[in-house]
Design a protein around this ligand. Structure first.
Ligand SMILES: [Zn+2]
Ligand SMILES: [Zn+2]
Length: 286
């Protein structure tokens, strides 16, 4: 029997972005992630391991093994095993975090053709081919390449905009990752607001779920993705939101999700959407 935990967030927590494990840049076995999710009374937990990337996009020191399709196949099989082992206790989803990199659409579509997933998270980690969230040095390299803070954020948003229709995914990951290594609030400019407004209208039309991702609290930006002003724009456009702990270890499962719920509430949200592995959508009120 799963251990019962009482509390105001019991049965309201879920994560569709996370479970990064030994199969990617995290640690821990998949059953340990699920056990942690069950312990917290989560209704759904989605594994969204990073997809393998073409060699040009490997991070320093990354092994070919971590980017092999054989590695992803082993991950997929282990997710299927935990799905069977924990059946009836919570919804477990098999997913991947896809790279939205201009020019790599064919690579992503052959990946999606090879592996049958329940869902996918779409994320921008590269701007002008620089993996800007890898280190503070790479972040500043990307900023310099773009010609400053605002231009960098706009190039990031342009990348997202251009890739949204070219790669299929259901959850849009950490919308304002462009702030990751910025100390203090990343100021939105009028041009950024205008761009974000247009993007949110498209996200609503495409019925994508926006990832309210708590991992930003652990980064130098110390803020949930997306920030409150952006989340309010999303709310205005009736964009549906989901939660992501973006856990990279079993001990990080559910971390700061109560704060993410509060963040959602501050933007006017009263429900959190999630997916089921049969492709249907569900939601929790909070
Ligand atoms: Zn990511
Ligand atoms: Zn992630």
């Amino acid at each position: 029997m799963p251990e019962q935990v009482t509390g105001s967030t019991h049965g309201k927590l879920l994560s569709l972005h996370g479970g990064h494990s030994i199969y990617g840049d995290g640690s821990g076995r998949l059953d340990e992630f699920v056990r942690a999710a069950v312990k917290q009374g989560m209704v759904a937990f989605g594994f969204s391991e990073h997809m393998p990337r073409p060699e040009k996009y490997w991070y320093p020191g990354e092994s070919p093994e971590a980017n092999s399709w054989a590695n992803f196949q082993r991950y997929l099989e282990e997710v299927q095993q935990v799905k069977a082992a924990f059946r009836g206790q919570l919804e477990i989803l098999l997913g991947a975090e896809l790279e939205l990199i201009p020019g790599q659409e064919d690579f992503v579509s052959s990946f999606l053709h090879e592996f049958q997933l329940d869902y996918a998270v779409g994320s921008v980690h590269f701007v002008h081919d620089v993996g800007f969230d890898y280190s503070v040095e790479s972040y500043h390299r990307a900023l310099k390449l773009c010609g400053g803070q605002e231009c960098f954020a706009l190039d990031y948003l342009d990348t997202l905009e251009s890739m949204m229709d070219r790669i299929p995914f259901q959850v849009l990951g950490h919308f304002d990752l462009f702030k990751v290594f910025h100390q203090g609030a990343f100021p939105l400019t009028d041009r950024m607001r205008e761009k974000i407004d247009g993007l949110m209208a498209r996200i609503a039309r495409k019925s994508l779920l926006l990832d309210i991702n708590a991992r930003g609290l652990l980064k130098p930006c110390q803020e949930i993705y997306p920030g409150l002003e952006i989340l309010r724009i999303a709310r205005r456009h009736n964009v549906a939101v989901t939660l992501g702990d973006d856990s990279h270890a079993p001990s990080e499962v559910g971390q700061n999700l109560d704060g993410a719920l509060q963040h959602a509430r501050s933007a006017g949200y009263t429900q959190i959407s999630f997916l089921r592995s049969d492709g249907s959508r569900d939601r929790v009120m909070f």
